[in-house]
Design a protein around this ligand. Sequence first.
Ligand SMILES: [Zn+2]
Length: 413
Amino acid sequence: MNSLDARRTIEELKELRRLTSDEHGAQRVAFTPTWVQARAWLQEKAQSLGAETHRDEAGNLWMTLRGDSERALLIGGHIDSVPNGGWLDGSLNTLAGLEILRRIQAQYDGKPPLTVRLIDWADEEGARFGKSLFGSSACSGNLEMEEARGLTDKEGVRLPDALREQGLDFERVKESGRQLKNAAAYIELHIEQGPVLLDLDLPLGAVLGTFGVQRHAITFHGQAAHSGSTPMNRRRDAFLAAAKMSPEIYRIAERNGGVCTIGSCLTKPGIVTSVVEECRIALDQRHLDPQALARMFEEAREASERFAKEGNVTVAWERLWQIEPIPFHAELIDFCDQAIRETCGQSHRLPSGPLHDAAEVARAGVPTVMMFVQSLHGISHNKIEDTKEEHLEMAVRAFDRLASKTANWVLAQ
Ligand SMILES: [Zn+2]
């Protein structure tokens, strides 16, 4: 007998929307009164099904069904949203997880064979302080304390002060890491937030991992000269070299099966009466495979040097940010695939462009996988974010199957 009720998850999503949204969308920004209210609502539901609840040092909310074994299956989500956010991002994961706790509680009459814990991560979105994955990166031990200590919101409030208002001590946030002590596996359901499943006309996909990112500023340096008096063959035009390189950079990404974006271009002196002396572009390259990502970076650098030489200018690279690709667990990816096929016939494996809390848990060494459900319009972080209700129901059912398969796998170890 399986008491899972996927319809109830949809009803609860709508209930949460009624409680915490206005005409512009969801307003559950972390560390605000609406977020606190949303969490109290969630905590109440968890307690009434018989879960123990506990808030850790980083403000993550843990809802635990204690089992015969201390080894724990973790199910993650985040009830916080961006301002004017959608109704599914983060909440679907959380409320599907809640429904799975209910099913397990009923099936084992309150005494499951292993411990199952639902986590509502604190401040996944980073909407207020510009630092996403706060709670999960504190828990995984990857939070940069120096950087986070100095973060302020647009009113000038410091992150440590905002935490103190919630009764949290910034200097102790990493102590939350001990919650992972008995973690045997971590699963997370999420809306795709992109168009891949929509274009394939498939409801669900198994996520292979999150992209690695290489982000650089590339500065070409030439010589400023009068736009009228300088013959074309005498110019050292920094913009021209950057412009010629750009299509090559996109071809490199395509050839290697990754993605790249030249997101900004700044010229100096920046007036039309002068040849460009300095041109600085920002380049973001992403790939799931570390070797391919390294190759994309190397090839882009070679291309920049080639075009710089051709244009008689110089070029310099400066790293702005990088993160390694984070692959999910091979066996759990297989379980995810199976769970999807058993639910709706066909599955698809895809990487995740955005980072998620799951990536932090995987970095902490816990076997991890995510499941994606199709997003309509391929859009998120917007009140028009949506998914067909039939797909949401399938997602809850497939995710529950994944939970069972993963629990059995943990118990067999
Ligand atoms: Zn999310």
